[in-house]
Design a protein around this ligand. Sequence first.
Ligand SMILES: [Zn+2]
Length: 286
Amino acid sequence: MILRIGPGLCLAALTYAQQNAAWTEPFSPHRIAGNLYYVGSKDLASYLVTTPQGLILINSSLESSVPLIRESIEKLGFKFQDVKILLISHAHYDHCAGSAAIKKLTGAKYMVMQQDVEEIENGGATNFRYAHDKDFLYPPTKVDRVLKDGDQVKLGGSVLTAHLTPGHTRGCTTWTLKVMDGGKPLNAVIVGSPNVNAGYKLVNNAQYPQITADYEKTFRVLQSLPVDLFLGAHGAYYGMEAKYALLKPNGPNPFVDSEGYHAYVAERERAFRAEWEKQKVQSNKQ
Ligand SMILES: [Zn+2]
């Protein structure tokens, strides 16, 4: 039985991964711009930053995603063994469950935002929403560098900045970097997640009392970032498939979409505020 509980979210005997076929369906790896590439599945986004001193990988995704990510990196002509740094969007299994395997296979250094570190190291056992749902747990993984809001990750001339965009998880991270494309610098923004999942308590959340203040911070940060390339933890955030279909040699870059980014962030903020209002009304009735 599948019970629809919100747009795109279902509860059922099946795991989320089984329901979300797009999570495990391979997708053509491709260059987004400059030295930034897409190496994820049809919906679980993984990004590769290539440098003369090795590779940075963002999002290890599911445990079963690891061979797909490896294949995508190799199809682009790079070596999986050259992954030196592993980063994530946030401590949910669809973005971090493959990290233990990737660390083991490549020896990459795992760098995680401070507020997500405890969960990453205990495999999701202290997550405020999913700690008691075994489908959401993942292999506990040792973090090699603890990041703070605004910290930079540098390798071979590339610089990524970690922006704390909390609420969805306590340490949810939006990554930004500048890439050179055809001699022109482009600001890339990889959105961590602005989404309020089904079952998230925005009112009287004893485990995460500052959750709404955190979401408000997230929307302030996201609106303030300079953006050319609009990217995110799921391809669906930015219409990856449709934009990929528009890629043409020497054509305009479809991933350059500042307008789409701002419309997306505004719409997600409206959805957050509507859910918050709804929960306030419900809690006043009780
Ligand atoms: Zn998530």
